[in-house]
Ligand binder design. Structure first.
Ligand code: F6P
Length: 506
């Protein structure tokens, strides 16, 4: 057995773990220590099993994993993604990074503003709607922003289409006037099959409806401007961003263009400022008062010490309904790895499976399992003090009391003589309460999740910034479609192909 003095992970292992209720009794200052208020957000970690000793143990793990140096490398533009030889400069997009990276980001932002002005000055003709095609990080971020913040303020009818299923694009185009649509093609690499096909189909739709110069209504958002030019996009309508901003970290870059257009530049700037406030907090706050770091400690405790396999995020706010989708990519594409930076086996569970939904709907669907099921689930609630509706206050009050009641019920439980009606309780949850949902708080919230992902990766010794796991499937799809290298497929796949396309699958 390892010695807790020399192995901090052993120090984090549970003895006879105290219950959540015991922890509140044993630590009178628990609420002060386990609640952090930052940038208009309240992070309440008090209903988790982290006691003072565990926080200290994880702070030691972080230190021994080289967190301070890796964090400085992240902000300083160092190579924190060694498998691709790249920095990860999303924080520079919001002004927190190496001076030259921040200056480059500002130059790209100036281009974005110029193009927004051009759209507003009808340089693209009258624009009533924006059709944004992109997938993964080139869709999920802008979609979240527009959905969360653009409900009343959206100056354009914005459709963000990601799926290659033509039904998605057809439906979106059906709601639009091809003559008054700005087509935004978002792809970091400008090679993604789904996006390129959607872009081509959208261009054909414009052409078929008599738009004389469809490319005259195209804007490209990309880190590969040459490929965009090759595709036919006018050089002056390309909004570049840098290679060192990862796809799932890119909503701050030109990938955020549809949101900046729909919400206005001031709102976009406020989003960046909110994120920058969280950057500074992550960079400067001591471990025990550092929200992304404490969250990562909680994540590691449940995944590695208690064996929880999933984390469920419930947005008790309709405006944040896309947050779980966004987090799925951010967290699972980043930390869904099996090897450490040096290629050796990770040796412990890495990213949890992230899932979730909206409250209160989820209460009537999946919460039965959370309260009485056999799985230990790390639960997270996200809510806002200010309402997103203008109806009588009853709605928002109901929403919030339900949110708080769920956390309380998971923790307290209730014994019963009848085994069917008993609640074991002692089930953990974290609550993140925003003052309001606005660009500033949303920026801070998303940056919090980004840094939490990074902190988890440091604790695990893995690289959160590559995503080789998605490549094999892409390659096989290409081969099945008759392109790329010919590959041999298993009998089941061959038969599916034959059944779908007839004959030998051609
Ligand atoms: O398939 C995964 C991925 O590479 C993501 O990491 C990325 O966000 C998405 O595809 C889209 O890539 P691109 O922006 O290059 O089209």
């Amino acid at each position: 057995m390892s010695d807790p003095a020399s192995d901090p992970w052993a120090a984090a292992a549970p003895g006879a773990a105290a219950t959540l209720a015991d922890l509140f009794d044993a630590e009178p200052d628990r609420l002060d220590r386990m609640v952090i208020e930052e940038a208009g957000l309240r992070f309440d970690f008090s209903k988790t099993h982290l006691d003072r000793g565990l926080v200290d143990a994880f702070a030691r793990i972080a230190d021994e994993a080289g967190l301070p140096a890796r964090r400085e490398a992240l902000f300083g533009g160092g190579i924190v993604n060694p498998t691709e030889g790249r920095a990860a400069e999303h924080a520079a997009e919001r002004g927190e990074g190496a001076a030259e990276s921040v200056a480059r980001a500002r130059r790209f932002q100036a281009r974005m503003r110029t193009l927004i002005d051009a759209v507003e000055a009808d340089v693209f003709g009258t624009v009533g709607s924006i059709l944004h095609v992109g997938i993964g990080g080139s869709a999920l971020g802008p979609k979240l922003l527009v959905d969360a913040l653009g409900r009343h303020a959206d100056r354009y009818d914005t459709e963000i289409v990601s799926n290659v299923d033509g039904a998605a694009l057809e439906e979106a185009m059906g709601r639009m006037d091809p003559h008054a649509t700005l087509l935004v093609i978002a792809s970091k690499t400008f090679t993604t099959t789904e996006t390129m096909l959607n872009a081509r189909s959208a261009l054909s739709w414009m052409e078929e409806h008599g738009v004389v110069d469809p490319f005259g209504k195209v804007v490209a958002l990309t880190a590969s401007p040459d490929r965009a030019v090759e595709f036919g996009v006018d050089e002056t309508r390309i909004l570049p961003f840098t290679e060192s901003v990862g796809g799932r970290f890119s909503l701050w870059s030109s990938i955020g263009f549809p949101a900046a257009l729909a919400l206005g530049w001031d709102a976009f700037e406020s989003l960046l400022e909110g994120a920058a406030a969280m950057d500074r907090h992550f960079r400067l706050a001591p471990p025990e008062r550092n929200a992304p770091l404490l969250a990562a400690f909680v994540d590691r405790y449940y995944a590695n010490v208690r064996g929880a396999e999933t984390r469920a995020v419930f947005a008790y706010d309709e405006r944040l309904r896309l947050l779980p989708d966004y987090l799925q990519q951010l967290e699972m594409e980043s930390n869904g790895k099996s090897v450490r930076l040096d290629g050796s086996p990770a040796g412990r569970a890495t990213s949890p499976i992230v899932w979730g939904g909206v409250g209160t709907d989820a209460q009537h669907a999946v919460f039965q399992l959370l309260h009485q099921g056999t799985h230990l689930v790390q639960v997270e609630f996200v809510a806002s003090v200010e309402p997103g509706d203008t109806l009588a206050p009853d709605h928002h009050r109901q929403l919030l009391v339900n949110c708080f009641a769920q956390g309380a019920a998971l923790m307290a439980g209730r014994p019963s003589e009848d085994p069917h009606r008993g609640y074991p309780g002692n089930r953990p949850s974290t609550t993140i309460l925003l003052d309001r949902v606005d660009p500033h708080t949303l920026g801070a919230l998303i940056a919090f999740y980004e840094h939490r992902v990074f902190a988890n990766a440091v604790l695990l010794g893995i690289n959160p910034f590559d995503q080789f796991g998605v490549e094999l499937g892409k390659e096989m799809a290409k081969a099945l479609d008759g392109g790329g290298d010919a590959l041999d497929f298993d009998p089941s796949t061959e038969a599916l192909l034959a059944r779908a396309f007839g004959g030998d699958g051609d």
